[in-house]
Design a binder for this molecule. Sequence first.
Ligand code: HEM
Length: 159
Amino acid sequence: MANNAIPNSSNLTPTMTLSDTDANTTDVPEFPSRNGPQRLVAAATKQPKRRQKVILEPGHSPLDWARLKSSGQDLRGVPQLGRFTLSEIKEHRTENDAWTALNGKVYNMTSYVKFHPGGVKDIMRIAGRDGTKLFMLTHSWVNFEFMLDECLVGFLVPE
Ligand code: HEM
């Protein structure tokens, strides 16, 4: 009789010990259990690569950008809006002079580059180019027209 006895179930189920603030401990089943379906599915599923969060320089938060944008400072660097071809935009492809075209509008994004939450390197990929495709692929939800309204220099025209 003793040999057929079902072993105490608490010997089969892995448990973990929780303690409350009064330092009382209590044994509860571990979840997800070690060989349980949750862990198997997680192990079999390809996890997306975690992107390193970009650290912006002090004074370059989104709020700081909003402040600069509404400060009245000239961020365009042109006397009036103009019409620009892609080869003209190509002349402005350095960090100190970075233009881009987005949805037919041309922006001088020089003053914004260091405020970009995705980092300088990423945003510089569209400097001197039509950035519409890459921008939309990365974050189509971002309202660039609002973010860069003070950086508008004109409109993209064919060569
Ligand atoms: C003038 C052009 C751009 C503007 C105005 C802009 C604006 C922004 C904004 C507002 C965010 C924060 C979005 C959020 O938190 O939901 C962001 C994030 C990001 N952007 Fe851009 N972006 C531009 C161009 C680009 C380009 C060309 C790339 C890639 C090649 C890029 C890559 C990223 C990435 C990876 C993030 C995520 C950063 C994170 O969450 O850590 N951006 N961008």
